[in-house]
Design a binder for this molecule. Structure first.
Ligand SMILES: Cc1cc2nc3c(=O)[nH]c(=O)nc-3n(C[C@H](O)[C@H](O)[C@H](O)COP(=O)(O)OP(=O)(O)OC[C@H]3O[C@@H](n4cnc5c(N)ncnc54)[C@H](O)[C@@H]3O)c2cc1C
Length: 457
């Protein structure tokens, strides 16, 4: 059994653990940080993401918007200092509807987001309105807030590839995507420059004495390690709950399985410069009359039912890439995380059919489906879909996780917050919204009963 010492041991080298190591070592000057993971860094959930970001979040208060604005500030700083190695863009999220009832909802959503701090709402209800589309690559000098476009001529002029019956668009602007792997590797390299070490192995036990963390026991291919440390950070992604139990803490999180597909859009159905495009109406999948009859008598008859709102997609890659990513979370249940994950073989067809409602040119793929690559992972979530970053009820123990479907975009704010807790630095106003002890407050627990929109796409 080898012995080591560390100021801080981080359990997990996903984006949460890597960002925590970066913020502790690089931005807060903590020396002797060890990150322990049984897998290569960033390889469990953090390489399965759609890599999008947004400051577009619901209430009930401004905590999510404030935290995401902070995270995006940090991402933009990192992009500037690195020559944008992780290709941060600012194309926005484009929400689309063909439902007249949703048009006033778009206007209200834009005003609510403005009140929460996402930036101003601009309404474009005339053909000559000065709506400014987003550039494909740059993130500098772009507007924040949102543009709501209700003039159909304006919609056709800028987004003629969307369904003809699109009645309104909401273009949220402080949003886009980036390479999560490149971001993670950049953070890890900067952290290593400051002495952060990565130890391959599994955290099996956390030792405590007198209610304080004293050591972490790690098993690995090269034998076991005892790392004497006064601080441990649980950053175990979908294993958050089981690692929390090593400390005798029951973390209020659960997992959902989420998948995405990628395929070559060889017909160019989706323009390469398109924003992330989200259809906000429920969808009935398009089938021919014969297919409909056949399905009605089969075990797959549910494919004739209405599917929930939210099918979305975006182009992926630069240069000659023809790849598009599509996601549709139409079937979600809390599950125990097990690996490797399995996915419904029908998922690619369902998502391409669904997306053809939004981007009609995709219907050309329905006769002969393109070969699609399917992958995914678990969203690890709290009930109200707000992450955890802060102390646990054992001296020296901390958590960063429950980053749900937004962990790439939120990792910098969450890690910045965690590092402030660890080093005793002043905390931002939104800190209490992400601490575990929020659930000790009966008033907060009562609010959970009527929480409303969790912001999940
Ligand atoms: C389909 C899909 C789409 C997504 N899209 C987006 C998006 O567009 N934008 C966005 O921001 N986010 C997105 N996400 C979410 C994002 O990927 C996650 O929130 C994020 O990767 C979580 O990071 P993590 O570090 O908490 O977990 P992980 O990446 O899972 O890392 C946890 C690490 O802990 C390690 N570990 C666990 N237990 C132990 C132990 N006992 N000892 C040692 N190591 C241990 C694991 O091996 C793992 O490496 C998406 C996720 C999915 C699945």
């Amino acid at each position: 059994m080898a012995h080591r010492n560390a100021e801080v041991v981080i359990c997990g080298a996903g984006i949460a653990g890597v960002a925590a190591a970066y913020h502790l070592a690089v931005r807060r000057g903590v020396s002797d940080v060890i990150v322990v993971d049984e897998r290569p860094p960033l390889s469990l959930t953090s390489d399965k993401s759609a890599e999008c970001y947004r400051n577009w979040w619901p209430g009930p208060d401004d905590a999510m918007v404030a935290a995401m604005n902070r995270s995006i500030d940090l991402l933009e700083d990192l992009a500037r200092e690195s020559g944008n190695v992780f290709r941060l863009n600012r194309r926005g999220y484009l929400f689309a509807t063909a439902d007249p009832a949703r048009v006033p909802q778009f206007v209200r959503a834009a005003e609510t987001a403005a009140a929460l701090g996402a930036g101003p709402a601009r309404l474009h209800d005339r053909p000559g309105s000065d709506y400014q589309p987003a550039p494909a690559e740059s993130f500098e000098t772009q507007p924040t807030g949102s543009d709501v476009i209700t003039d159909r001529a304006l919609i056709r002029r800028h987004f003629g590839w969307l369904a003809d019956d699109t009645l309104a668009l909401l273009h949220a602007r402080r949003c886009g995507w980036f390479s999560g792997q490149q971001l993670g590797m950049y953070l890890l390299e900067r952290a290593r420059d400051k002495g952060v070490r990565v130890l391959e192995g599994r955290v099996e036990r956390v030792d405590t004495a007198g209610g304080r963390v004293t050591a972490v026991q790690v098993s690995g291919a090269g034998g076991g390690h005892t790392v004497a440390t006064p601080r441990v950070v649980v950053a175990a992604g979908p294993r958050l709950q089981s690692v929390g139990r090593l400390l005798g803490v029951e973390l209020p999180v659960f997992c959902e399985r989420h998948a995405k597909i990628a395929f070559n859009d060889s017909l160019g159905a989706m323009p390469r410069a398109a924003p992330l495009t989200i259809w906000t109406d429920p969808v009935r999948l398009p089938w021919s009359d014969d297919e409909r009859t056949e399905l009605a008598d089969s075990e797959h008859r549910h494919l004739l039912d209405e599917f929930p709102a939210g099918v979305h997609g975006r182009p992926e890659g630069t240069g000659e890439s023809q790849s598009v990513l599509l996601i549709w979370a139409y079937d979600l249940e809390p599950v125990e995380p097990t690996f490797p994950l399995g996915f419904d073989p029908g998922y690619p067809e369902i998502v391409i059919r669904g997306m053809s409602r939004v981007v009609p040119a995709m219907a050309a793929y329905l006769a002969r489906l393109p070969r699609a690559f399917v992958d995914g992972g678990y969203y690890t979530k709290t009930r109200e879909n707000r992450f955890l970053a802060g102390p646990l009820p054992i001296d020296g123990a901390y958590v960063i996780g429950a980053l749900s479907g937004y962990g790439l975009m939120a990792s910098n704010a969450a890690a910045d917050l965690l590092a402030a807790h660890v080093t005793g630095a002043p905390l931002p106003a939104y800190a209490p919204a992400f601490m575990l002890d929020r659930y000790d407050d009966p008033a907060y627990r009562a609010r959970l009963e009527h929480w409303g929109d969790s912001g999940q796409l």
